[in-house]
Design a protein around this ligand. Structure first.
Ligand code: NGQ
Ligand code: ZN
Length: 458
């Protein structure tokens, strides 16, 4: 049956009671009616949230999570982590990419993500040779999405250089090598997969790996309206290199030289001066924040408070997948700000002073925009993506609806997501993903193979 009757549902305008939800065979919501009469024979739920968007992922990195937490010789940094990550990426096969992505998607769905944007740059074989099908590895990620029910935005990544000034790629980067035509070709090859559960955009990796000219060419070559994502200003060294090369900071450079608008998602726009914060907010682009990865890699903190005051749009991503939980991502987003400002309750507006509710709704709006899919709210015409919370858990049992998101985001560590509907399919029931056993079995096998073939994770 394609209907659910909900006692308390979070709609775009806030919590509403007795909400009747219906969706069609394609997976779009066809009815969202509050204060409805309870129909006979329709399944019921206590608390329902729209599913969250994960706007930044490198799926293969899921397999590396937790395996790089040992001190090396020098001071460890983002750059030393990157060397380990490259080594890990060197041997991965298309089959393993699919197995790891499927495991990741199961975990993400179980914790409340129903959409994910895959920033996909492992485009070639281990020695840098092209696969017979240039979209081979992207199609593997799509297959993992199909098998698990995850809604996807595939972003084939333009990666041409090792650093500012068109530095030649290092040997360990040759699996990533693409030019603008390659990426437009991959996007075209993925065209038949587009539909309710899958969209295709593109992503210049960074201003280190792609020139401004290439970024412009890619943006104008991609069909209008498709999402464009880029890594920008994640590390101080990156900002310094940008200034040395162009006289401009990375965000400043991008904003001045490229028409950045609502199609864009600026991932890890961490190191910004105030003019850059204002420029991003004005542009309508989404700031893609990945708090657990940014903490893990020692990136720095995004100026969230100022950005919110300027009306900026943001969403969350799990990036390297040290966490697969939107709860942890949003909790860290808020806690980082509390720690740096030495105060409480930072992320809110005058219209929405409840931090949990503000964060969930803001990350949905920004995430949906960055995904370029019809998601992000319980509204007719959008995808039927929702989370049924465990109303019998001590944290939620008897709680007023206004306190549900506070409990969900800021109290405890149990996963309160019980059932997940994604694109009109129940993919998680009673906390378990419907394909979990088979997916995890394949992941285990892939990890055994990878342990045998790589130096990381012995
Ligand atoms: C990536 N990850 O492409 O996977 C990057 C590291 C780079 C993050 N930025 C590589 N977290 O930026 O050069
Ligand atoms: Zn990234």
């Amino acid at each position: 049956m394609r209907a659910l009757f909900v006692r308390h549902a979070l709609l775009p305008e806030g919590w509403r009671r007795d909400v009747l939800l219906e969706w069609d065979a394609y997976g779009d919501l066809t009815r969202v009616e509050a204060e409805a009469a309870a129909p006979l024979g329709v399944a019921r739920a206590d608390y329902v949230l729209p599913g969250m968007v994960n706007l930044h992922s490198h799926a293969f990195q899921r397999a590396l999570g937790g395996l790089t937490e040992r001190a090396g010789e020098g001071p460890d940094s983002f750059w030393t982590w990157r060397d380990l990550m490259y080594r890990f990426a060197a041997r991965i096969t298309p089959e393993q990419i699919e197995a790891i992505a499927a495991q990741l998607f199961v975990e993400c769905l179980r914790h409340g993500y129903t959409s994910l944007c895959e920033f996909h740059y492992l485009q070639r074989g281990p020695d840098g040779q092209a696969y017979a099908r240039p979209a081979e590895t992207a199609e593997r990620v799509a297959a993992a999405g199909h098998a698990t029910g995850m809604g996807l935005t595939l972003l084939p990544v333009l990666y041409s250089h090792a650093g500012f000034g068109e530095q030649p790629l290092r040997p360990e980067q040759r699996r990533f090598r693409t030019n603008v035509d390659d990426i437009l070709g991959i996007a075209e090859a993925l065209q038949p997969l587009r539909g309710g559960q899958l969209e295709v955009g593109a992503a210049p990796h960074s201003l280190r790996a792609a020139t401004i000219g290439q970024v412009r060419e890619l943006a104008s070559g991609l069909p209008a309206g498709r999402p464009l994502h880029i890594h920008i200003a994640e590390q101080q060294a990156e900002v310094e290199q940008s200034i040395a090369f162009s006289g401009r900071r990375p965000v400043q450079n991008l904003m001045e030289q490229v028409e950045v608008d609502a199609r864009w998602c600026l991932v890890h726009a961490t190191h910004l001066d105030d003019a850059e914060v204002q420029a991003i907010a004005r542009s309508g682009a989404v700031a893609g924040l990945c708090p657990t990865t940014e903490a893990n890699l020692g990136d720095g903190l995004f100026p969230l408070q100022r950005f919110i005051a300027l009306g900026g749009r943001f969403g969350i991503g799990s990036d390297s997948h040290v966490s697969q939980s939107p709860v942890e991502e949003l909790r860290w987003l808020e806690y980082g700000q509390r720690l740096v400002h030495q105060r409480r309750n930072v992320a809110f507006t005058n219209e929405q002073r409840d931090v949990g509710q503000y964060l969930w709704q803001a990350a949905l709006r920004g995430g949906a925009q960055a995904a370029g899919r019809k998601v992000g709210a319980l509204r007719e015409g959008l995808r039927a993506d929702l989370l049924v919370l465990d109303g019998s858990h001590p944290n939620l049992d008897g709680v007023a609806e206004a306190d549900v998101l506070g409990r969900f985001l800021f109290c405890g560590n149990d996963n309160l997501v019980r059932d997940v509907l994604c694109g009109g399919r129940w993919v998680v029931q009673g906390g378990r993903h419907v394909a979990q056993d088979a997916v995890t079995q394949r992941y285990r096998q892939a990890m055994i193979e990878l342990r045998d073939s790589s130096e990381v994770g012995q």
